[in-house]
Design a protein around this ligand. Structure first.
Ligand SMILES: Cc1ncc(COP(=O)(O)O)c(C=O)c1O
Length: 384
């Protein structure tokens, strides 16, 4: 199997992720922060180490400001619903995933928040000045994806963060695409909150994600329950990360995520970025040379986090993806990618796109095989 669906979830994981999760489950997976016995202390320490290592990757000074979640969707919902109140105005972009758009639409309907969506050009690139123009007296929050999950376009988060800080708004970055590939420092980006999954570019297992919340941001948890702290109180602790981490954590998953980030550190972010870019360039130019192929992504290293989005004239994206899977053993994703506004922007709301998303584990042969398969499909179905 040639796996080119890394934007959905990365595969394979580094060996250390498999090995250490197995060791954790067999040797030290007690309940972290819930007991005074040795195993609980060991698992608690391992979770804390994970918090520290992940925080360092994003320039987060205080690892206790990072709470673990089960995915990026949970992290985004915690961030969005935790800070907004009725009457607040939110600015976001046309390239957001449904885990942002649907959360906002639900609040718009149920709580009377206002939402402004900044439109982009045909690739979804937005002008930060349009964000500035959207700011109003009741604006509270700006949400922007680091990179689109449909076509990989990299958004101007640094410029938006600067604007947001100037206007004293809260800035939430969705780093679901790009974390583990792009340099990302919360201070540098003026990010007040950062949501990310552990199971994509950070190379951890599914069931992991996290939300960083800057000290001083007023945020409410969405759930209450056991935290292992302040057990004498009937009320939820009001400090991070405990206030956001009710219930037993996904200890083996978090340990796996830690190992994923250690792997990224050992490879070097910049090396991963350059390698993935080389694969994207090769795939993009290969597809561009095929009859009847249309491309929807930019290919520059500063314009793409690792995705090639394409269609064939006259052949449904789901059919192309199915042929790639059944006849060539190549895994891609087709159709709509949980981001309808992004598809609207790219002009692919009806047909979706075939998405190829690379990881540092893909080889040049993987890319060449994918291009050859697409060339054969083009020939076989007489696409023009
Ligand atoms: C940009 C973006 N945001 C949010 C998500 C949701 O991530 P998760 O599946 O970890 O909840 C995804 C997943 O594909 C994504 O690409």
């Amino acid at each position: 199997m040639i796996y080119l669906d890394n934007a959905a979830t990365s595969y394979p994981k580094p060996d250390k992720v498999y090995d250490e999760m197995d060791r954790c489950l067999r040797e030290y997976c007690a309940n972290p922060g819930r007991g005074g016995h040795e195993m609980s202390i060991i698992s608690g320490k391992a979770v804390m180490e994970a918090r520290e290592i992940i925080s360092r990757l994003f320039g987060i000074d205080n690892p206790l400001q990072l709470c673990f979640t089960k995915n990026a969707t949970e992290a985004l919902n915690l961030g969005i619903k935790g800070v907004l109140k009725p009457g607040d105005h939110v600015i976001t972009t046309c390239m957001e995933h449904n885990s942002v758009i649907r959360a906002l639409k639900a609040l718009e309907k149920d709580m009377g928040i206002e939402v402004t969506i900044i439109r982009g050009n045909e690739y979804g690139e937005i002008d930060p000045q349009d964000v500035a123009k959207g700011i109003k007296g009741n604006s509270k929050l700006i949400i922007c994806t680091l990179s689109s999950n449909v076509n990989g376009i990299i958004m101007p988060v640094k410029e938006i963060g600067y604007l947001s800080r100037e206007k004293e708004l809260i800035f939430l970055i969705d780093a679901s695409q790009g974390a583990g590939t792009l340099e990302l420092d919360v201070k540098d980006m003026n990010a007040d909150m950062l949501a990310f999954p552990g199971h994509k570019g950070l190379m951890g297992p599914q069931g992991t994600g996290a939300l960083y919340v800057r000290e001083g941001i007023e945020i409410k948890p969405l759930m209450q329950g056991g935290t292992g702290s302040n057990s004498e109180s009937a009320f939820q602790p009001d400090f991070m990360p405990d206030m956001m981490e009710s219930g037993t954590l996904n200890t083996p998953g978090i340990i796996g995520l830690k190992c994923g980030v250690e792997f990224i550190n050992s490879m070097g972010l910049e090396n991963i970025r350059i390698y993935k870019h080389m694969l994207v360039e090769r795939l993009h130019s290969g597809i561009a040379s095929i009859k009847g192929a249309r491309l929807y992504n930019k290919r520059g290293i500063d314009e793409n986090s690792g995705i090639v989005a394409m269609n064939f004239n006259g052949l449904e994206s789901t059919r192309v993806s199915q042929i790639l899977d059944r006849e060539y053993d190549i895994a891609t994703r087709a159709g709509l990618h949980c981001a309808p506004l992004a598809h609207q922007t790219l002009g692919t709301l009806k047909e979706g796109v075939v998405r190829f998303s690379v990881s540092c584990f893909n080889s040049i042969d993987d890319i060449d095989n994918a291009v050859n398969a697409l060339r054969e499909i083009s020939g076989k179905y007489a696409i023009d």
